[in-house]
Design a protein. Structure first.
Ligand SMILES: Cc1ncc(COP(=O)(O)O)c(C=O)c1O
Length: 453
């Protein structure tokens, strides 16, 4: 028995590591700017910033220096024993970037933690202010808010939800807008109808049980960069005010400059009560996220005995120094301007690809959070059968060309193939053109493959 086990451990196919799937991956050797090399010498353009996180590209000298300088002083102190100047500085910085409209900051280590903290802060706020019945959340279907059990409760993406249904909180999932597949004549009419249905669902379930509505202002992997309109987001804001609940914006993917503004809500001027931030804040150099909130919420919680929540690594000096290094580099290199300029050009090129590749049904997104959705027929918008795994074919073909993209499904995770094209925000003309040229070949190869099968 022991012998068999040892033999198994020695087999070439064995690895003690496991993630979501068992796909064999190249071994990474090094990365620089928008490119990554594997140990076989192959080079890839990072067309999706890893998991839409490496916003400042790889091996950034200024960010590395900021981290090193902090490590030379102190890497870790615990927040109940010491305050650190970098944590204070970062909190001021994030509040300043929010034009002081969200004036309190709580640090975390990931997007799921930021969402988890936002949900718990909302619940504790109502607990502290005598509305204990407000403990439920409203979120859009589809949506992705993270993988921990609380964040998963508000996530609406069937394959991720199913195994955990028995233990997740029952949230109110309202159908999110689909400007691409809408039945109404205009986007405005579609927004109004979606808001009407949302209001109806919330009132049926009991508006006074709701602690908050959580929403990604521009969807990520679950919608393929669906951009919610100012009209819809204002409608959600009004709905929250009407029922007395909080508006929580999940800016884990959109925040920290990805869409050409610091926080996505600033471009529609719909101010949330709480915001979750991560991914681009640490830009892949160190895990760091934040929850920003209005002080009327945090004051009530603090006055009731403090926020009953916390993670060991939250707000440690190294994490905060990394985020400061990232934000300083972004300001120094005028990154928001670059995102708007390069994002506009890249979107125009993706729209050109749509003219040539009939499998591209829709191109959408803002700044450098862009996506294309694949369909069998541009006129009917019929998605491909799920078993064809078109999202995976395109991604594999792109990788064969040396381009990394981020595949998912936008019809509740079960069909509706799309890829996210979300390169680092330092994108330049040369890399942008290479991305488009490689994607063009990958799409042609995908189309050839589909015609043969
Ligand atoms: C909108 C959104 N919220 C939350 C998360 C969870 O973040 P993390 O993977 O850092 O836990 C993600 C991750 O993709 C996300 O896109």
């Amino acid at each position: 028995m022991e012998k068999d086990k040892t033999e198994n451990l020695m087999a070439d196919s064995y690895s003690p590591l496991f993630y979501q799937t068992d796909v064999e991956l190249p071994l990474v050797a090094k990365a620089e700017g928008c490119r990554i090399w594997d140990t076989e010498g192959n080079v890839y353009i990072d067309g999706c910033s890893g998991a839409i996180s490496v916003n400042m590209g790889h091996n950034h000298a200024g960010i590395k220096r900021a981290i090193q300088e902090q490590m030379d002083k102190v890497s870790f102190t615990y927040r109940t024993q010491f305050e650190s100047q970098v944590a204070i500085d970062l909190a001021y910085k994030l509040v300043g970037l929010a034009n002081n409209k969200l004036d309190k900051v709580y640090f975390v280590g990931s997007g799921s933690e930021a969402v988890e903290s936002a949900l718990k802060l909302a619940i504790q706020y109502y607990y502290a202010t005598g509305q204990k019945q407000r403990s439920r959340f409203v979120s859009l279907r589809p949506s992705y808010h993270g993988s921990t059990l609380g964040a998963l409760s508000v996530t609406a993406y069937t394959p991720l939800e199913k195994p955990f249904e028995a233990v997740t909180q029952k949230s109110i999932h309202i159908e999110g807008p689909s400007y691409y597949r809408k039945k109404e004549d205009s986007d405005d009419a579609h927004d109004d109808e979606m808001l009407r249905l949302a209001r109806k669902a919330i009132f049926e379930e009991g508006g006074d049980t709701v602690a908050g509505i959580i929403v990604e202002p521009i969807g990520g992997a679950s919608t393929g960069a669906r951009v919610l309109s100012k009209r819809y987001l204002s409608g959600l804001r009004n709905l929250c005010d009407e029922i007395g609940a909080l508006l929580i914006m999940d800016e884990v993917m959109t925040g920290a400059g990805r869409t050409g503004v610091w926080y996505c809500w600033q471009s529609v001027d719909v101010v949330p009560d709480i915001m979750a931030l991560a991914k681009g804040l640490g830009a892949g150099y160190y895990p760091v996220g934040a929850m920003l909130a209005k002080s009327k919420i945090t004051d009530a919680v603090m006055n009731s005995g403090g926020f009953m929540h916390g993670h060991t690594y939250a707000g440690n000096p190294l994490a905060c120094a990394t985020a400061i290094g990232v934000l300083n580099a972004m300001e120094h290199e005028n990154i928001l301007d670059n995102v708007r300029r390069q994002g506009g050009k890249l979107k125009a090129q993706l729209l050109e690809l749509q003219q040539r590749h009939s499998i591209i049904g829709d191109v959408r997104g803002e700044g450098l959070l862009l996506a294309m959705e694949f369909v069998q027929d541009q006129a009917t918008k019929e998605p491909f059968p799920a078993e064809l795994n078109v999202f995976s074919i395109v991604t594999t073909e792109a990788k064969a060309q040396g381009l990394l993209v981020y595949p998912r499904r936008c019809l509740d995770g079960t069909k509706g193939d799309h890829i996210l094209i979300t390169p680092p925000l330092i994108l330049d003309d040369e890399i942008r053109n290479e991305i488009v040229q490689k994607l063009d070949v990958a799409l042609r190869n995908t189309q050839d493959f589909l015609e043969k099968h």
